[in-house]
Design a protein. Structure first.
Length: 319
């Protein structure tokens, strides 16, 4: 016996990615500039399935509970993709764009990553530099298949040649140089990085080139006499994950793990489940201001709420 047909109105809501208000956990945040991951989750899943011809498990970071990682970056854990619970619009880039860019970037890691590299004998700067080259490598492979992805990712890269105070500034400039061929940077170290990456295109299927290029550039960076300070280095391309999945940390003391990728620790704020919309906005405003970490005040990165969200994950809802 055939089951009762699914009502047309419900089908329209489902495939239109709309939920009735009664299914949403209160309180609501009435701000069009904030995008919640649970509102984009189904779109992200379909987007990944269409591009990568595979199903991925995506979750908000709040669902990880006490196991959630420090920092507001997307991350990969046991073949699951985790994303910040909410993200604010920044420089014309919407939260929806952020989730799409982050999702396909993480999926590219899973599709093109091979055996993790050992972190035991690597310095924090080498870890950050090799990780950045690996980001460029997997994105280049994805762009070969879908050239339009370059447009999506490129707009997150905003570093300029004038930013030269910290090692993080140079990492951001190199990251932009490797994805944006129209970006002009006269620095010899950036030019070297571009050349090494271009020369390795015939071996781009192997993650070994990330280590080779990263170590070569780390040596070439020494004459600049700029010390890498992970806690003060802000990655402006905030859609990229923390790259933990790329490394084998089994031989590394846990107390050192936090310094192995440059991050934006001040952009993430722990939010309680009963926070009102007004309080959430205050938290977002505060965390954006907190990212202005040195005198020249670079453009703030969007704020993302990690632990605890004002909306409930669809995966956690009954029925």
């Amino acid at each position: 016996m055939l089951s009762t047909p699914f009502p047309f109105q419900k089908r329209s809501r489902y495939f239109g990615f709309k939920l009735p208000k009664k299914t949403r956990a209160a309180p609501q945040v009435e701000d069009n500039n904030i995008t919640f991951f649970v509102d984009e989750q189904r779109k992200v899943n379909l987007y990944l399935r269409a591009l990568m011809a595979n199903d991925f498990v995506t979750r908000p970071t709040s669902s990880a509970g006490s196991g959630a990682r420090i920092g507001g970056r997307p991350y990969i854990e046991e073949s699951m993709l985790y994303f910040p619970d909410a993200c604010a619009e920044h420089n014309g880039i919407t939260g929806a764009d952020f989730y799409r860019a982050a999702a396909i970037h993480c999926a590219a890691h899973m599709a093109y990553m091979q055996k993790p590299l050992e972190a035991k004998y690597r310095s924090p700067f080498e870890i950050a530099l090799i990780s950045m080259i690996e980001d460029a490598r997997v994105e280049a492979l994805a762009i070969r298949r879908y050239p339009g992805l370059k447009t999506l990712w490129k707009k997150f890269h905003t570093a300029t040649p004038e930013q030269s105070e910290t090692a993080g500034d140079y990492l951001n400039r190199l990251a932009r140089a490797l994805i944006d061929e129209t970006y002009e940077d006269p620095d010899s170290w950036i030019i070297l990085g571009r050349r090494l990456f271009a020369e390795a295109q015939d071996r781009i299927d192997s993650n070994k080139i990330s280590q080779e290029i990263g170590l070569a550039l780390a040596q070439a960076f020494i004459p600049k006499h700029i010390k890498f300070r992970p806690r003060h280095a802000v990655q402006t391309a905030y859609y990229r994950d923390d790259n933990y999945s790329f490394w084998d940390f089994r031989e590394v003391k846990s107390r050192w793990r936090l310094v192995f990728s440059y991050d934006t620790p001040d952009q993430v704020v722990k939010a309680d489940n009963d926070m009102s919309g007004e309080v959430v906005q205050q938290v977002l405003d505060f965390s954006i201001a907190a990212t202005n970490w040195h005198a020249r005040k670079p453009p703030p990165t969007p704020s993302c709420i990690r632990n605890g969200t004002t909306r409930q994950s669809r995966n956690d809802r009954p029925g």
